[in-house]
Structure formats: structure tokens, C-alpha cells
Design a protein around this ligand. Sequence first.
Ligand SMILES: [Zn+2]
Length: 365
Amino acid sequence: MDTSKIAVFHGAGQPLTLETVPIPTLREGEILVRIEYTTLCRSDLNTFSGRRTEKTPTILGHEIAGTIVAMNPGAPTRDGRGAELQPGCRVTWAIYASNPDSPLARLGIPQKAAGLFKYGHELIRPDSTLHGGLAEYCILRRHTPVIRIDPPLPLPLMTLINCSVATVAGSLRLAGPVAGRNVVIGGAGMLGVIACAMCHCAGAHNIIAADIDAERLAIARKFGAEFTVRLKPDAPPLKETVAALCPDPVTIALDYSGVPATMEGLISLLGIGGTAVFVGATHPERPLQISAEQLIRNVHTLKGLHNYNEQDFIAGVDFMEQNHWRFPFASLIEDKFNLDTVNEAFDCGLKSGAYRVGIRIGRSH
Ligand SMILES: [Zn+2]
């Protein structure tokens, strides 16, 4: 165990190449993990296809689960929930590492703090390798939130926590308590269906999912949506359709679609005192058209979220441990690839419409 295979991303339109690099000597506070499973997030697919730009060369993949093989002095001996960490423990970890004493981290936004390190987004340099999920090993830097996950949570489902489930947990934190409230969810992709499931388990009254795709809406129903709305250019305004389905006020709107017209529709249907949380708009898009007068008169709150903090990460782990069996999560993952077939995995993710493509890694499979 002194080398690691890595799948290197060189730029959009180019195949990933498999290379072998030495495993560096761990620095103070670092943990070496043997990766077992990585899922390709939509942002990985967008980087691969050129929709978003990443510094290269890099190792993509930030939805990762693996087993601790070595811990250097200074590494945490307890995880974020107080469980003991030692070699042999199966773990997942947050997308980021940052200084917990920095001003933004103290404000509860460590994912934007100075000196931020993001797994699956870092440049491969001679002194910094093994920081992405498409490799046999990953080194967890100091100040990485780590959680030990014991059976029976299945390995492929563990990877969904980072980043999908934790991000949805963050959006629900910003939305406030959902119990007994009506929630409209824009976008029934991975985050949207997870939001249906989390709102269902949190006791939401009615959950209404909106998307352009009928198949995705059918999946949203399996994850707890009571009602679904098919979004079309010639359809009546979302506000009218939702009012017909659910006469009581909607006071939480969550957007994972990133589509300006959908976000505007969500704001328009919010009842007095409602809160909208926008998560999906991670690409440049046209500005939203919002009436400040309506915002004020309806006492609305608008919030944005990118990534998540440790509290959200832990909430995501708790949710999956307690509730994964209630919903067909495994059916969302195309589970037939490994590091040797990683380029086929990206093609599958881009062409098949699968919610997630999984990559099994390591000797245990
Ligand atoms: Zn992601």
C-alpha cells in the first residue's frame, strides 16, 4: 500500500486517464482512506461535459465513502457525532475542509471560509494528490468533517449524503420547521426527490413537486410527494395549478432546478410569511424578476444556499441511517462501473438520465 491508482481529468472533451501515484506521507492531522464507492454528482458530469470549468488536472468525485487505513497524530479520534474513529472504520466526509476558527466558519458557513479545500475540485500538484473520489485512496485534510457510518446503511447510499442529502438538509435548515406545512419543491432531480423524502419524514402536510419530466415526477411520488405538477411553457401559471391541488397556503418553497421561470413561479405561489430557499441555480442565468412590493406585502423571506455546513452533514447522515429503507434510493443509482470503466460511467451519466452513476473502487469488490 504505497501507491494509488487515480483517474485524472485533463479537461472537457478529453477522456480521463488512469495513472498510478505514490501515496504521500501523511501530514499532521490527516487520515488516509481507502475509497470503496464514489457516485458522480451532476457537477462532475457538468465539468466532464464542459458546462462548468474546473482547474486541471484534477481528480473529480466528491460523493465518496471508504475505510480508514491510517491516521496521523493530530487526526480526530472522534467523529462529528462523537463516535470513535480508528483504522477499519467505514466513513464518509464533507465536501470541504476549512479553518473552524475563521470568521465565516464561526457564522456557520465553513464551506465558504478562507483557505477552503474542496474534495473533487482541487488541482493535482506534486505536494497535493489524492483529494478526489475517482481514486483508490483519499487523504482527509485537517478540519474535514468526518462521520463514521456503521451497517446497515448500504455503501452506495452512503455516498449520496455528500453532497445531495447534506445540501437538502441545509436547505431545510434555512426553510425552518416543515411539520404541518405545505411545501412546493422545484425540480425533481436528485436533490428534489431527496427533499420530498426529508419533508415527508419531517411531517410536512402536503408536498408538491414540480418538474418538466413526467418520469422524474413519478419518482418524486415514490419519495413522498403527494402531488406533482408537470412544468410546460404553455401550462397555466404554477400558482394557479398549485392552488387547485392544495387550497391551503404554501409557506415553504424549495428550488433545486435553477430555472429562473420556476424560481419566479415558486415565489409567486408563496403564502404570507412564506420562505423560499434557492439551491439549484449554480450556473449563470438571467436575473429573476421579483416584485419587491409583493415581497414586502407578503412578508416573504428569500434565502440561497451553496453546499452545506457540518450540522447539515450530520443531519444528512442521521436521515439516511434512520429512513433509507423507506424509499427506493438504490433504484436511483446505476451501479455497474469501476475505475477501469470510469469514462463509460461519465457517458452513462450524461446520456442515460440516471440520477446517479456509481463507481465501485477497491479490492473488496
Ligand atoms: Zn455535488
